[in-house]
Design a binder for this molecule. Structure first.
Ligand code: GSH
Length: 179
């Protein structure tokens, strides 16, 4: 099993992912880097699992929007803020970043989730929720994102799904087997 640290920066591993990061899932002959790419691939490869809205619907446009919002602003803003890397103190500095201010990210989520929807594309769960839920959860855990009640309910809805509970149990079992 691949471990964090030197093994992930070895020449062998860098030949697969030059970024030296995980995850790098495989499916058949395909090898993926970048979580967004893996998630989009899974959704389009297994349409019967309904991981993304149907082509040609309004929901699919929302799906693409929020997948990329998760990969960009929603992941970058809390990461930078938690590391003290980006405290944009002028409109120019804000304009140079892809998200402006972390507060803009929080307000955007609050606005969309405050309209009564259960999931980010509407009333059906999709891969975009898996992706978006992750940086939100991370931002809350590390104290740089505070959420209004509608966002907190959204996070609870995601983390209490039976599949999410099963996935956490698998992760926990794997972690304790490494102790
Ligand atoms: N942009 C990458 C980010 C992946 C990422 O952040 N991976 C972290 C773990 S969550 C990692 O592998 N860190 C180990 C390291 O950089 O040494 C993706 O979407 O897959």
């Amino acid at each position: 099993m691949l471990a964090f640290g030197p093994q992930m920066k070895s020449a062998d591993y860098l030949a697969t992912n030059p970024m030296g990061e995980v995850p790098v899932p495989e499916h058949g002959e395909a090898i993926f880097t970048e979580v967004a790419a893996c998630r989009a691939y899974l959704a389009s490869t297994f349409p019967e699992r309904r991981l993304s809205p149907a082509p040609g619907t309004v929901e699919i446009t929302a799906y693409h929007r929020w997948m990329l919002f998760a990969a960009g602003p929603c992941e970058t803003a809390p990461t930078n803020v938690s590391l003290g890397l980006h405290v944009p103190d002028s409109p120019q500095a804000q304009g140079r970043s892809g998200y402006g201010l972390l507060q803009s990210v929080i307000d955007t989520l609050r606005g969309i989730l405050g309209d009564g929807r259960d999931y980010i594309t509407g009333n059906s769960f999709s891969r975009a929720d898996v992706y978006l839920g992750s940086p939100i959860q991370w931002g809350v855990k590390f104290g740089c994102m505070t959420l209004a009640s509608e966002n907190g309910e959204y996070l609870y809805r995601l983390t209490s799904r039976p599949a999410a509970i099963r996935a956490r149990a698998l992760d926990d079992a794997l972690l304790s087997s490494q102790d």
